[in-house]
Design a protein around this ligand. Sequence first.
Ligand SMILES: O=C(O)C(=O)C[C@]1(C(=O)O)C=C[C@@H](O)C=C1
Length: 291
Amino acid sequence: MENQRIGYLGPKGTFTKMAVDALFDGGSFISYESIPACLDAVERGDIETGVVPLENAIEGSVHLTIDYLVHQVNQAIIAEMTVPIKQHLLVHPDYQGERVKKIYSHSHAIAQCHQYLHKHYPDAEIEYTASTGRAAEIVASSGRETAAIGNHLAAEENGLKLLDTNIHDYDNNHTRFAVVQKNPKTLKVKDHTVSKHKTTVMVTLPKDYAGALHQVLAAFSWRKMNLSKIESRPMKTGLGNYFFLIDVDQPYDQVLFPGVQAELEALGCQLKVLGTYPAYQIDIPAPIQKA
Ligand SMILES: O=C(O)C(=O)C[C@]1(C(=O)O)C=C[C@@H](O)C=C1
């Protein structure tokens, strides 16, 4: 197999990079500063594979990823991985107990630590960054009164100290990452447990009428197809227009899915398969203690 080129939401020390390191068995890893930049690179063919965050257990979906996959690019989800997320408070190596005035991080990381921030740093200014890795970079090159929320890899990569550890508000914190490709090819991955095989479909309804969603769900339900997620997002064509993203807990097949599609099309709905893929469950051990 040729060398696999994998792009990810960087820079160094992001959770996405941790997930990439844990899943892939070799390859060239290319960092992108934002989710759109990574997906654009896949679309242009600069890289075959992109890895972007999809959903967090505390904060929910990463809408930027979902919307970009649906509206801006034409790519398939070819794998998914779920990894544990442990958020820490990272400070400059010269930090000596100063009052932290400004805290940087990705909006999802900030949201995972809302209660902690409210309790311990109610007066600190919050600044959102494109990733937790970027927040750590900023703190490394700024003063001792700043902090970043991020992981232990970001601390190591940027030479930061851990002021506090495990600051996320709820214990069972996990994020799902999507592995996407434009022209699906086989991936070289480490030996991980595949927890299940899933298929993600996007369904659009013709217009708002009574029972429309019920009829859509019925097409899956009477075929005994288990759904693990359903989410509505705006079509971006006007208030009240939505599409539904549905995760079905089984691989695509030539009987049930075409059956659902035909049934939905008869109702005036459209169904597009966004991917059928293995879902990996990956455990990343947290190596460090509070400094
Ligand atoms: O900023 C990072 O480190 C990311 O990989 C992004 C991201 C996200 O978008 O949810 C990934 C995992 C965590 O939930 C926080 C941030």
